[in-house]
Write a protein that binds this ligand. Structure first.
Ligand SMILES: [Zn+2]
Length: 237
């Protein structure tokens, strides 16, 4: 039995959930799950349909890009995931989708404005978009450079407070401390992108919510003063 049985299992079921959650068409999209203690992550194999995914065909890759276990090629987006795991140390899972409304903002080269509290509960401000990639970046190690432009965009952003990005002309990457949270955040991103498009339809001049409302909603769910929901096991009210 693989040393990475649990990681394979978790990665497989997370990938299979993408189409169930309405976040993936055909084979677009992939999830990776990190084991920080071992410095290894599991990722979907390249070009395999979601129904054909099994724990056995997940691919295990280390942070240098070496395949540690796996009989098939990993997702072509693997170097992007690797750069994000290397740069954002608190990230436990990464979800890449071409979900339609979030991708529409990526294609438009526009950040998703924070128009309401649904957005503010998960993202501390506008969801950013990267700069367009240059011809040499696209011609060389394209997927690795995609990771680099994301990291560059986060030079003055905290990936714990902004767990998503739109890659210009492409689609979103979303992350979380756990696989469950990364999937949930990818779904919320798609929902708030749809809401934002409708907001702009209803009022092309709509403004983002105030800083104080944004701060209130984000901080009641995140950080040391969070009070939304139930406390984690072992922590008192
Ligand atoms: Zn993609």
């Amino acid at each position: 039995m693989s040393r990475y049985a649990e990681l394979r299992e978790e990665c497989c079921s997370a990938n299979r959930r993408l189409p169930e959650m309405g976040l993936a068409d055909l084979t677009f999209g992939n999830v990776s799950v990190m084991d920080r203690a071992r410095g290894v992550f599991a990722i979907k194999p390249s070009g395999v349909e979601y129904e054909k995914l099994t724990p056995a065909n997940m691919v295990l890759v280390d942070l240098e890009g070496k395949v540690v276990e796996g009989k098939v090629r990993p997702s072509s987006d693997t170097p992007t995931h690797r750069q994000l795991f290397r740069a954002f140390k608190g990230v436990g899972a990464i979800v890449h989708t071409h979900s339609r409304n979030a991708s529409a903002f990526a294609q438009a080269g526009r950040a998703i404005p924070c128009f309401g509290t649904t957005h503010a509960d998960y993202f501390y401000g506008d969801v950013p978009v990267t700069r367009p990639m240059t011809e040499p970046e696209v011609a060389s190690a394209y997927e690795l450079e995609t990771g680099n432009v994301i990291v560059e965009r986060f030079a003055d952003l905290d990936p714990d407070e902004m767990p998503a990005v739109l890659v210009h002309g492409h689609a979103p990457f979303v992350w979380g401390t756990s696989t469950e949270l990364a999937l949930e955040t990818a779904l919320v991103l798609e929902i708030v992108a749809e809401m934002a498009l409708k907001t702009l339809q209803a009022n092309p001049g709509a403004s983002p919510i105030s800083c104080h409302l944004l701060k209130k909603h984000f901080q009641r769910k995140h950080g040391s003063a969070a009070y939304y929901g139930q406390p984690p096991a072992g922590k008192t009210l």
